[in-house]
Design a protein around this ligand. Structure first.
Ligand code: SF4
Ligand code: SF4
Length: 447
C-alpha cells in the first residue's frame, strides 16, 4: 500500500511538471459517456414556469411585474437589487399568475414569478449592438442579466469591471465535474459564437490575451476550438483532473500565478469566466438576447432519457424528471455536479441560470452509499489530495471543538468546498460539511 501511494505521488508530480495542471486533486470516474455524444436539443417547456428572482450571488432581483401582467420572452420581470445582482427575464410568453416564495436548488427561499406559458414564445429582446466599445459591452452584460454559468452565478458585469488592471482573460471550458457535458457540446456546436463572446470580453477588460482551458479528455472540442484559435485567443489542453475548473487551480495551471487567501484573481491580473458565459455575452451583444435559457445536462443511470438540452429558466425539476424518465432506482437527485452540486430532498425547485445539470443517480453510482461514518484513522489522505493544501482532518477537529481561531489558523477560509477530501476519506468523514461549519463559525465569532 505504501509503495502504491508513492507511485501515485510520483505520477502526480510528473503530471504537474510536464503538463498544464495544479498540484493534488483527484481522478473520479468521468461518466461523461452517457451524454457526450448527444447534441443539444430543445427541452419541451411546460405550460407553467416558476422563475426564481435570485439566480445569482448577491442581492436578489426585485419583481417589476404583478399578477395578471402579460409578458413576452425577454420581458424584464426582476430588476437587479444592487451592483452585485442581476436582472431576471421571462423565459416564455404568457401571463403572470402568481408570485410565491419557495425553495431553490441550493435551499434558499426566494420569490418566484409564476407564468402561464401561452406556447407562442413571442419575443421582446434588447436592440443588438454593432461594434460596441468596452463600456457598452459591460452595460449590455449587466442589462442582459448575465452571470457565471459554470454554476458560480457571480454577476458577470462585476467581473468585467475589476478594481485593478488585468492582463489576461481565462475561459473555463474544463468541465471537470463528472457527468456534465453541456459545455463540451457548446464548444462543439457553438464554437464561432464562443470566440465572438471572448472577443467582447477582451474588449470589455482591455486585455490582448485570452486562454481557453479545456481538459484533455475532450479531443474533438479541443480540435474545434483550436481551429479558430490565434495569437490572441489560445486553447490550452489541461490534465484531466478534478477540480481543474476551480478558479485558483485554473489560473495556476495556465499562468503559474498563485492567488493567495483573501485575494481576488484580478489582484494577480487574471479574470476567469465560464465558456457558457462567453456564449451568453455573444447572444446578448449581437442578438440582443437576455439570459433566460441555458444548456443543461440531464444524466445518471436512473433516467431513461439522458441528454444535453436547451432549458428555459423556471422549468420545474419535476418536469425535467418526467420528461427524462426518472426511474424508481433513483437513490439521489443532484442539482449540479456530483462533487459540488446540491442533493435535492424533493423536485420542487426550478431551473435557473446556474443549473448546469440535474443528475438522477442509482445506489451503485452514489459514492457514499449507506456505509457508516467512522472515526478518523489519521491516514492524511484528505490532506494529500486537497488542492488548497489544507489539512481537513485538523479543521474538522477544530470546528468540533468550536475553536474558530484554530480553524482560521488552519486556513479553513481557503477551502473551495470541492469535496476531494470527503471523496478520498476511508472513514467517510463529512469533511465538506465541516469546512462549511468552520467558515460559519469563524464569521460568527469574528476571529
Ligand atoms: S478542504 Fe476544502 S479545498 Fe481541501 S479538499 Fe476539502 S473541500 Fe476541497
Ligand atoms: S482522510 Fe479521513 S480518516 Fe484519513 S486523515 Fe483525513 S479525515 Fe482522517
Amino acid at each position: 500500500m505504501h509503495v502504491c501511494v508513492n507511485i501515485l505521488d510520483i505520477k502526480r508530480y510528473w503530471e504537474f511538471l510536464l503538463k498544464f495542471t495544479f498540484r493534488r486533486g483527484i481522478h473520479p470516474a468521468g461518466n461523461k459517456n452517457i451524454t457526450q455524444a448527444l447534441p443539444l436539443t430543445d427541452f419541451p417547456t411546460p405550460s407553467v414556469v416558476s422563475i426564481p428572482l435570485s439566480q445569482h450571488i448577491g442581492a436578489p432581483a426585485v419583481s417589476v411585474v404583478a399578477v395578471g401582467d402579460a409578458v413576452k420572452v425577454g420581458t424584464l420581470i426582476g430588476k437587479a437589487g444592487g451592483f452585485v445582482s442581476a436582472n431576471v427575464y421571462s423565459s416564455v410568453s404568457g401571463k403572470v399568475t402568481d408570485i410565491v416564495t419557495t425553495r431553490t436548488a441550493i435551499g434558499a427561499r426566494v420569490p418566484h414569478v409564476v407564468i402561464e406559458n401561452d406556447g407562442l414564445y413571442e419575443e421582446s429582446f434588447l436592440p443588438p449592438l454593432v461594434s460596441p466599445d468596452a463600456s457598452a459591452i459591460k452595460a449590455r452584460v449587466a442589462d442582459a442579466g448575465i452571470v457565471g454559468m459554470g454554476g458560480a452565478t457571480f454577476p458577470t458585469h462585476v467581473k468585467l469591471s475589476p478594481k485593478t488592471p488585468v492582463d489576461v482573460l481565462i475561459i473555463n471550458a474544463a468541465e471537470c465535474e463528472p457527468y456534465i457535458t453541456c459545455d463540451y457540446r457548446l464548444c462543439l456546436e457553438k464554437t464561432a459564437e464562443i470566440f465572438k463572446g471572448v472577443e467582447y470580453m477582451m474588449t470589455a477588460l482591455g486585455v490582448s490575451e485570452a486562454y481557453i482551458g479545456i481538459e484533455d479528455n475532450k479531443p474533438e472540442a479541443i480540435k474545434a476550438l483550436s481551429d479558430l484559435a490565434d495569437e490572441r485567443i489560445k486553447v490550452v489542453p489541461l490534465v484531466t483532473k478534478y477540480p481543474q475548473g476551480a478558479e485558483k487551480q485554473l489560473i495556476y495551471s495556465i499562468t503559474g500565478r498563485v492567488v493567495p487567501e483573501g485575494v481576488l484573481p484580478s489582484d494577480v491580473g487574471a479574470v476567469v469566466d465560464n465558456v457558457h458565459t462567453a456564449f451568453a455575452i455573444y447572444e446578448a451583444v449581437e442578438l440582443g438576447k437576455p439570459s433566460f435559457m441555458r444548456a443543461m445536462t440531464v444524466s445518471g443511470k436512473a433516467c431513461t432519457r439522458p441528454g444535453n438540452y436547451w432549458v428555459r429558466n423556471g422549468v420545474g425539476y419535476k418536469d425535467v424528471a418526467d420528461y427524462c424518465g426518472e426511474t424508481q432506482e433513483a437513490k439521489k437527485v443532484i442539482s449540479g455536479g456530483p462533487m459540488m452540486g446540491f442533493a435535492q430532498t424533493d423536485l420542487a425547485p426550478s431551473t435557473g441560470k446556474g443549473t448546469s445539470s440535474l443528475l438522477f443517480l442509482t445506489e451503485e453510482e452514489v459514492a457514499s452509499g449507506d456505509k457508516p461514518i467512522s472515526a478518523c484513522i489519521n491516514c492524511a489522505s484528505c490532506a494529500s489530495h486537497c488542492p488548497m493544501r489544507l489539512m481537513p482532518m485538523f479543521i474538522e477537529r477544530a470546528v468540533d471543538a468550536e475553536d474558530a481561531a484554530l480553524a482560521k489558523k488552519y486556513h479553513a477560509l481557503s477551502c473551495l468546498e470541492c469535496g476531494c477530501c470527503a471523496y478520498v476519506c476511508p472513514a467517510r468523514r463529512p469533511l465538506v460539511t465541516a469546512m462549511r461549519r468552520a467558515k460559519k463559525l469563524i464569521k460568527e465569532k469574528g476571529v
